[in-house]
Write a protein that binds this ligand. Structure first.
Ligand code: APR
Length: 232
């Protein structure tokens, strides 16, 4: 049965109340990327960076999955083939909405990482600067989030899924950050039908075979209903 690969971005969590990056007043309008989302920024001012992620972690713990997250979980459980969700988001709303085996290519707010020994553990709601690693005790704990200039996680697994996808959908992502922005080309090379689901067509919209324009809480359930009707 057809395999579906889905890439999500901040737009799928927007209606849950989590701010996006590049929309009007978004995160990158309030903070400089080089200050809060690069290894150099963390080395220069770890308190600023931990503070930035603490605020996002506290906010993410307050919000709930929306109908779009829940629709993708329903697709995973009712579609006869594989449904792989790859997310650029560091919130856990896909899992809270019932999705399984979500691939977090940019890491997760829920996890801490030791920059010395690579140990990962559940992040506390607020991480302090110089927190000792539970394994090597070095004071080099950081958020387990992929910063600009770092390699996203699980790339081999993601490319393997894209090479065998029959349907690829990009949901709520502006398609401006690589390598995620090129996944649609990988999927098309593999012969996938490609779909962009977004509040408005992105600059890369014309690359996709189809587009669904509107709020994710309306368009994603509609798309899932249409797919599942095909299997009746
Ligand atoms: N429904 C559907 N789409 C929406 C909604 C909504 N309610 N609200 C916003 N969007 C769309 C916007 O139109 C935009 O295309 O979501 C997209 C959000 O784009 P970005 O803010 O750029 O977020 P994203 O694409 O996830 O950014 C990718 O960039 O900064 C890095 O690591 C960060 O993972 C992030 C990556």
């Amino acid at each position: 049965m057809e395999k579906i690969v889905i890439l999500t971005g901040a737009g799928i969590s927007a209606e849950s109340g989590l701010i996006t990056f590049r929309d009007e007043g978004g995160l990158w309008a309030q903070h400089r990327i080089e200050d809060v989302a690069t290894p150099e920024g963390f080395a220069r001012d770890p308190a600023l960076v931990q503070g930035f992620y603490n605020a996002r972690r506290v906010q993410a713990a307050k919000v709930h999955p929306n109908a779009a997250h829940q629709a993708l979980a329903r697709l995973q459980s009712e579609w006869p083939g594989d449904v792989v969700i790859v997310t650029q988001n560091v919130d856990n709303l896909h899992e809270a909405g019932g999705a399984e085996d979500v691939i977090h290519m940019h890491g997760s707010l829920d996890r801490a990482l030791c920059a010395t020994c690579g140990h990962r553990w559940a992040a506390p709601p607020e991480m302090a600067v110089g927190e000792p690693c539970p394994t090597c005790a070095e004071p080099t704990a950081r958020p387990d989030v992929v910063w600009f200039g770092e390699m996203p996680y699980h790339m081999d697994e993601i490319y393997s899924h894209l090479s065998s996808a029959s349907i690829f959908a990009a949901i709520g992502t502006s398609g401006q950050v690589y390598p995620a922005a090129a996944f649609v080309h990988e999927a098309q090379t593999a012969g996938s039908q490609t779909l962009e689901i977004n509040l408005e067509p992105t600059m890369g919209a014309s690359v996709f075979d189809d587009r669904l324009v509107g709020k994710a809480t309306e368009t994603v359930p509609q798309w899932v209903d249409r797919l599942l009707r095909q299997t009746d």
